[in-house]
Structures are given as structure tokens and as C-alpha cells.
Design a protein around this ligand. Structure first.
Ligand SMILES: Cc1cc2nc3c(=O)[nH]c(=O)nc-3n(C[C@H](O)[C@H](O)[C@H](O)COP(=O)(O)O)c2cc1C
Length: 169
């Protein structure tokens, strides 16, 4: 798929088929995250792949939407701040690194016909408890991973001239 088609076709999938995700597709999606650039190549992220079958109640505690656990898989992207790069002035980039890895994962999934949805509005304490995430590691983002059962709608975005300045602010 051409890149311009890929970014048009990715959307937040909020309804999933129960059809399993093939192992090769899961591996390709995870490998796309692995190949993402990170500040100073520190790779300060970890991914937790969860099979949702039989875990609907636990998944519901993590995120309220019923569609979250409709997908056969849910992936949690975690940050490991102690492994990450910090600029001289103290600005840390771990969230940027995790987000780029997640974006790679999501775009690769789209290319393979799989649906995803960025999820930040989850219960971090529930995620920590249920997924046994240790101290020093933070669950930052989730996505379901599965075949879409809905269809893309219109994209609502600001115009370029609202977003871009040339030469100066
Ligand atoms: C960092 C981030 C967090 C998000 N968190 C949620 C969320 O918790 N729940 C949800 O339904 N959508 C969430 N979204 C999806 C956005 O609402 C969605 O990307 C945006 O409305 C644009 O729609 P599109 O993804 O279909 O193009 C999140 C997106 C991003 C990038």
C-alpha cells in the first residue's frame, strides 16, 4: 500500500470481529514497533500482548468501552523511563519514543488489514495490577488489535494553514 493511502485508511476502529489475528501478522506488527527510531536508540519501551478471550471483565476494568475487548488481542505500550534519553536541560523524551513505536505498530497493522485504536483514557492502576507491571515501568498507551467490524468515516482535521507557520510563529 502507498504511504499516502495508508495514512488515509488508518482510523480508530471501535468495533471488531472475533476472527483471530494470524501469528505472522502479529509478529510483523510487533517488529514494526521494534524498528521504530528512539532518542539515542535507547528503545525504552516494552509491549504487552494480551489475548482477550476469557478476560472481558479484566479488560473492562482497564478501559470502559465494550469494543476494547471485542478484538482478540490488546496491546499495552509501556515506558521505561530509567532507560530513556534526557536532554541536558532535563527534558525527557520517553513518551515520544513510546508513541513513535506505537505509531509504527499501528500503521503496520493498518497495512495488514488490521484495526487499531489509540487508547489513553484507561485506568492505569487497573492496568498495572492486572498486567503485573512492575515499578519503574508505566503503561502509556493501549490498542486493541483485530479485524475491523466497522468502516472508516470522514476525517475531521484542521486545515494546514491552522497548523503550519513558515519562517516564524
Ligand atoms: C494519544 C491518543 C489517545 C487516544 N485515546 C483514546 C481513547 O482513550 N479512547 C478512544 O476512543 N479514542 C482515543 N483516541 C483516538 C482519537 O480520538 C482519534 O485518533 C481521533 O479522534 C481521530 O480519529 P481517527 O483516529 O479515526 O482518525 C486517542 C488518540 C490518540 C492519538
Amino acid at each position: 500500500m502507498e504511504f499516502e493511502d495508508l495514512i488515509q485508511e488508518r482510523y480508530s476502529v471501535r468495533s471488531y470481529q472475533s476472527r483471530p489475528v494470524e501469528d505472522e501478522k502479529l509478529e510483523a506488527v510487533l517488529d514494526a514497533a521494534r524498528l521504530a527510531p528512539t532518542a539515542a536508540n535507547k528503545q525504552p519501551f516494552r509491549l504487552i500482548v494480551v489475548k482477550t478471550e476469557g478476560k472481558k471483565d479484566q479488560m473492562k476494568r482497564i478501559y470502559h468501552g465494550d469494543w476494547f475487548s471485542e478484538a482478540p488481542l490488546v496491546i499495552c505500550a509501556c515506558s521505561v523511563k530509567s532507560e530513556s534519553w534526557t536532554r541536558r536541560d532535563g527534558r525527557n523524551y520517553v513518551d515520544v519514543d513510546v508513541t513513535i513505536a506505537m505509531d509504527h505498530l499501528i500503521l503496520q497493522a493498518t497495512e495488514l488489514g488490521l484495526g487499531t485504536c489509540w487508547i489513553a483514557a484507561f485506568d492505569a492502576e487497573a492496568a498495572r495490577e492486572i498486567l503485573k507491571i512492575p515499578e519503574g515501568v508505566e503503561p502509556l498507551l493501549f490498542t486493541p488489535l483485530g479485524y475491523p467490524a466497522d468502516e472508516i468515516g470522514p476525517k475531521s482535521r484542521k486545515e494546514l494553514d491552522e497548523l503550519v507557520h513558515y519562517e516564524e510563529w
